[in-house]
Design a protein around this ligand. Structure first.
Ligand code: ATP
Ligand code: MG
Length: 582
């Protein structure tokens, strides 16, 4: 996959799902009174923070609904009481909104919880039992496991499979009434007489209800039986009149059960026709990150990162704090498209989308990282001359920034060498007959290096220069000076001291967890470097989440958590160029 810059930012990318929807629109498949013909849903389980993989699913589901004048539901798949929490519900709502999507429509707020369907799900389960499509199994967990068989071996019917429907019904009601312990009984679907021999393991009398004496974050202690995901999901889709139920490829083998369940419940008149259909697309894998919630949790729990929103995390909250824009993530999702083949997308595609989004937006600013003092010996003490620079070089209408040049400035340590290497055009001192380098102080004057100071340890503490008064940028005299170095700087008198956090990729290996590898072994020890910096004075007005291009360094954002008024902390969003390209 290459980063095809020729693709217009908002051109619909290759997306086979569009083809399916266009076909259904032409055929009138989902024409129903009062409903749009395209209704999708994004169904997260509230058991963790969303990551960049979920962002793809969000962009696919909400994006298609938007493009086809339909709607997309946000539905919490909250049927696992032990693992779920309202903390996760809140962050998921926040993240989807931040990405730029909305489940509100003129008619209603399309925010749903599978747990709101518990009563209906229960009624449908009784319907299945009464009609001979489900039974209560009372085997031990070990026997059930043993009797499932495996890929090459057919399973064995449970001895309880032929239990009369009335007996199953009575047991199921007793399960609901709390008369049994966890695991004592389970409700299973009976798809066909020989279902236990199905080559598809998901069709071998799948469990549809289990006993769990657990507190649920929304329904409290109202229930001690909970429906399984494979049972809940198709029914929730149908109750919400979803037209296209889009999910990742690992659910392909679950589709036969999805279709069977909805077809089997249809005569019960529980929901409108036609029932939703499931379509699968490839999940997103991005290089240099991990996107399993379990592994992300490990990074947080072991203190390897500062939290779910650490700017190195591929979570939505992490990307946001890092300085990603919603538009850059949407652009990324458009560029990678949707396919049916699992693949890895290079991190540089995501970073490329970010640069392309930020370049026209981000105002320019000067930041001196790892500062070194520069003294203009012939510049009068206490004097200051105003310099200007465009806010954005391509948009003169955005105006100019002004900052003073004074006798003492900050430059970067890297911009001075005691003994210059070949082709080094920045600051170096005179050496014998060779004069010191002549360099332009960007937007200021041309100066010539005359010497430098060192401390007892041999560290350079200051660089000395003299300036040419008639060389100021923007004046006629400036043309008389031809220099190869053009160095950025800030005035020591007015500079704003700031902490700058230089973030890089969290892992050094492209596929840190491929093939069951220990992903912690591939951590990048240089994924965060904190440096002191001096910024141009106007930066004291920077507010949290404001993004800038620090010239020569890349894109930076005022950290949304740690910045304080007049005292911003900056995160490096990304460098100007891809430094990881091979
Ligand atoms: P994880 O495996 O990290 O726990 P999950 O799939 O279990 O993720 P859910 O909350 O169930 O997390 O996911 C919500 C939706 O997001 C599902 O429809 C799922 O298919 C989709 N999704 C999750 N990960 C990805 C991914 N990497 N690429 C595309 N879609 C994804
Ligand atoms: Mg899941």
């Amino acid at each position: 996959m290459s980063n095809d810059k020729s693709t217009p930012a908002n051109a619909p990318s290759s997306n086979f799902l569009r083809g399916i929807i266009e076909h259904d629109l032409a055929a009138g498949t989902h024409v129903r009174p009062g409903l749009p013909q395209v209704i999708t849903r994004f169904p997260p389980e509230p058991n963790g923070y969303l990551h960049v993989g979920h962002a793809k699913s969000i962009c696919v589901n909400f994006g298609l609904a938007r493009d086809f004048a339909g709607r997309c539901h946000l539905r919490f798949d909250d049927t696992n009481p032990e693992k779920e929490d309202t903390e996760y519900v809140d962050t998921i709502i926040d993240s989807v909104k931040w990405l730029g999507f909305d489940w509100k429509q003129s008619d209603a707020e399309h925010l749903y919880y599978a747990s709101d369907y518990f009563e209906q799900l229960y009624t449908m389960a009784e319907y299945l039992i009464v009609n001979g499509h489900a039974y209560v199994d009372s085997q031990s967990a070990e026997d059930m496991q043993k009797n499932r068989g495996n890929f090459g071996t057919p399973g064995t019917n449970s001895p309880f499979r032929s239990r009369p429907a009335e007996e199953s019904l009575a047991l199921f009601r007793a399960m609901r009434a709390g008369q049994f312990k966890d695991g004592e009984h389970i409700l299973r679907a009976k798809i066909s007489e020989d279902a236990m021999a199905s080559p598809n393991m998901n069709m071998r009398d799948p469990a549809i209800y289990r006993i769990r004496h657990a507190h649920h974050h929304r329904t409290g202690d109202a229930w001690c039986i909970y429906p399984m995901y494979d049972y809940t999901h198709p029914i929730s889709d149908a109750l919400e009149n979803i037209t296209h139920s889009l999910c990742t490829l690992e659910f392909q083998d679950h589709r036969p059960f999805y279709d069977w369940l909805l077809a089997t419940l249809t005569p019960g008149g529980f929901f409108a026709q036609p029932v939703p259909r499931q379509f699968e697309f490839a999940r997103l894998n991005v290089t240099y990150v991990v996107t399993s919630k379990r592994k992300l949790r490990q990074l947080v729990d072991q203190g390897i990162v500062s939290g779910w929103d650490d700017p190195r995390m591929p979570t939505i909250v992490g990307l946001r704090r890092r300085g990603y824009t919603p538009e850059s993530i949407q652009l990324f999702c458009d560029r990678i498209g949707v396919s049916k083949a699992d693949s890895w997308i290079d991190m540089s595609i995501l970073e490329g989308a970010l640069r392309d989004d930020l370049d026209p937006k981000a105002p320019r600013a000067t930041a001196v990282l790892r500062p070194l003092k520069l003294i203009i010996d012939n510049f009068p003490e206490g004097e200051s001359v105003e310099c200007t620079s465009p806010v954005h070089p391509h948009f003169p209408e955005r105006g100019v920034r002004t900052f003073p040049i004074t006798r003492e400035l900050w430059i970067e340590q890297d911009d001075f060498m005691e003994v210059p290497s070949k082709g080094y055009f920045r600051f170096f001192p005179p050496n014998g007959d060779t004069p010191g380098s002549r360099v332009r102080l960007r937007h200021g004057y041309v100066v010539e290096c005359t010497g430098y100071d060192k401390d007892a340890s041999g560290a350079v503490t200051a660089v000395h220069v003299t300036y040419f008064e008639d060389s100021k940028s923007g004046t006629e005299g400036s043309n008389n000076y031809k220099v190869k170095g053009n160095i950025h700087w800030v005035s020591a008198a007015t500079a704003l001291a700031a902490e700058v956090r230089l973030y890089d990729r969290l892992f050094t290996e492209a596929q840190p967890d491929a093939g069951g590898k220990d992903f912690l072994a591939a951590l990048n020890p240089n994924a965060l470097e904190v440096v002191n910096a001096y910024l141009e004075p106007g930066m004291s007005a920077a507010v949290a989440d404001q993004r800038f291009q620090f010239e020569r360094h890349g894109y930076f954002v005022a950290d949304r958590i740690d910045s304080q008024p007049g005292k911003p902390v900056f995160n490096r969003v990304t460098t100007l160029k891809d430094s990881w390209a091979k």
